[in-house]
Design a protein around this ligand. Sequence first.
Ligand SMILES: O=C(O)Cc1cc(O)ccc1O
Ligand SMILES: [Fe+2]
Length: 436
Amino acid sequence: MKTTQNTLQYMTGFGNEFETEALSGALPTGQFSPQKCTYKLYAEQISSTAFTAPRAKNRRTWTYRMRPSVVTGGDFVAIDKGLIRTSPGTDLNCPPNVLRWSSLPLDRSTGDFVDGLTTIAVSGDARAQIGLGIHVYRADRGMGKKVFYCADGEMLIVPQQGAILAHTELGRLHVVPGEILVIPRGLKFRIELPDGPVRGYVCENYGAPLELPERGPVGANGFANDRDFQYPVAWFEENDEEHTLVVKFCGELYQTTLDHSPFDVVAWVGNSAPYKYDLARYNVINTVSFDHPDPSIFTVLTSPSDTLGVANLDFVVFPPRWMVAENTFRPPWFHRNIMSEFMGLIRGTYDAKGKGFEPGGMSLHNCMTPHGPEATVFEKASNTELKPERYENTLAFMFESRYVITPTRFAMESECRQRDYSKCWTGIKKNFDGNP
Ligand SMILES: O=C(O)Cc1cc(O)ccc1O
Ligand SMILES: [Fe+2]
């Protein structure tokens, strides 16, 4: 049977302590590690935060599985990492220029999800668990008997084209453009393609796991609501054919064999698990009076750094919404920011830019690099009649980080880089003539 959006079950609530079993009685009652587990399973804990992390931040999951993960065909061997890059270790300086890319083409054989991973930019230091890697994924086939985990970070997957079906140790999730998928660091998964070739973005978060931002005076509801996050139910396959396990660790890819499928978790309990979220559920809170607020009002998820309020990664989304601000320049303003801003577009157009920022495309405005509305947008928005207006057909997002985001050599040399990007501002002339 084809697995579609409607055939899978989910549990809801961000970061809940979930309990799920695919065979009844597989979860121990009242303890995690009994002398003997039911169904002769093995207990294995996956810790996504330090054992001693504060309770509110602590994330771990207990799995009950046919074999513990340590059972493999032997040591890992290094394999070709293709276009995957990791911070530090980029051989490029980071220019203070505005940078933009057209979408990477889907018109060639891209392989599976791992084969097609192409790193566009990196920041921080994966070994220190600081910063992030930004990749585009392109795939034209499923992973079959290949399984992947990333020890360098949590993976935030933002589909732009085509549905993906993620089989993970903790269950299956079907994710379409407009939704996001987050896979905890180290969790094994494979991506299948139920409807053909796919493309999208990945933010590999080397830092603290993504969490919901505080709401402050907004109160108990709004922005991304906890109840809209969906987690898989336990699911397993009993398959003793050979599988390949590929691991990303310290920027390299390694591989070993397994004489079985690692998707053999019959039951699990815990709060660290893959989840998906439909960005259409984001409850936009914005001005009903005047001025354009800071884009932090659009933060879906945040990975905090050790400095309060200064994120390792903010995932920010610009969804369809009403614009009603009076006497206001409504698009994003001209600005310079200590935080570095990497943007992508899932569909439609973005209010600060015309055609050049296209679905599947990307832009990078680094620390203190000036940017803002292009000339034609400035002209139009400065002169338009300010009626309530609905922004339709738009879904842009931003990965924003306190750490400078360095483009890879591939990204800088790619034919997709729009070398004339800065020209979109050259039409902005001095209007000042001394008269008020
Ligand atoms: O640069 C951008 O387009 C992102 C952005 C959006 C916005 O509404 C305000 C500031 C900002 O950096
Ligand atoms: Fe910006």
